[in-house]
Design a protein around this ligand. Structure first.
Ligand SMILES: C[S@@+](CC[C@H](N)C(=O)[O-])C[C@H]1O[C@@H](n2cnc3c(N)ncnc32)[C@H](O)[C@@H]1O
Length: 213
């Protein structure tokens, strides 16, 4: 998707993906994943998951929309310090740092200390033509990492993305350099995804632990 698409979603308050509470597959993450190691959250939006993660470790997010970043700190009553840093607007409150700008322009110096990655609605927000580039850039940013990925699967002919269906075979191919463990599944058929209702005949959300070094 083009940046303009996402910026329009934020301007028009069309946030169908937005959660009102911590994602259940994050709160049930393996205890050794939820430790004190700093976490990188690509395409983070204003997710409540950022606050949950910050209970355990320092969190660094990247998000295209200035509205999303401002809303996150304001809606959570966090006093924030903002500065410009290498082409990004960096906002910091306690142990949460958000870089406002393009994920693909982020460099290892921005996320250097992170050892964990949390991806909810980032990979599945991207069309197939961008997913390999997204994963390649993750690996460039963090040559060693332990990723908790939440994916979504539905019959692709039944709905256009985003969110896109990213089946297990594609995840295994995208991360063929890593060790991959499927953790949990939620059957969302008939329920939809966050604030959106989908009529797909099947809708499955899966959590994966993907580690590389
Ligand atoms: C589907 S939303 C998911 C947000 C968040 N992960 C969540 O779970 O609520 C995708 C987000 O990615 C952001 N985004 C899209 N392309 C981006 C890019 N190239 N760099 C940074 N953020 C981007 C959008 O503005 C949007 O907030």
């Amino acid at each position: 998707m083009e940046p303009a698409f996402w910026l329009r979603c934020w301007q028009q308050d069309q946030l169908g993906w937005q959660l009102d509470a911590v994602h259940p597959l994050l709160s049930q993450a393996p205890v050794d994943w939820l430790d004190q190691r700093p976490v990188f959250v690509p395409l983070c939006g204003k997710s409540p998951d950022l606050l949950f993660l910050a209970q355990y470790a320092a969190v660094t997010g990247v998000e295209l929309s200035d509205l999303a970043c401002a809303d996150f700190f304001r809606e959570n009553g966090l006093a924030v310090e903002t500065c410009e840093e290498a082409g990004f607007v960096r906002s910091q409150a306690a142990n949460i740092c958000l870089y406002q700008g393009d994920y693909f322009a982020l460099s290892p110096t921005h996320v250097g200390a992170c050892q964990r990655i949390y991806d909810r609605a980032a990979l599945i927000a991207l069309p197939v033509s961008m997913r390999q580039r997204y994963v390649r850039h993750l690996r460039t940013l963090l040559p060693q990492a332990d990723l908790l990925l939440l994916s979504l699967e539905y019959p692709a002919t039944e709905k256009q993305g985003p969110p896109f269906s990213v089946p297990a075979d594609e995840i295994r191919a995208l991360f063929d350099f890593a060790s991959i463990t499927q953790l949990q599944q939620r059957d969302l058929t008939g329920q939809g995804f966050a604030r959106r209702r989908f009529d797909t005949s099947v809708l499955i959300e899966t959590s994966w632990r993907i580690q590389w070094s």
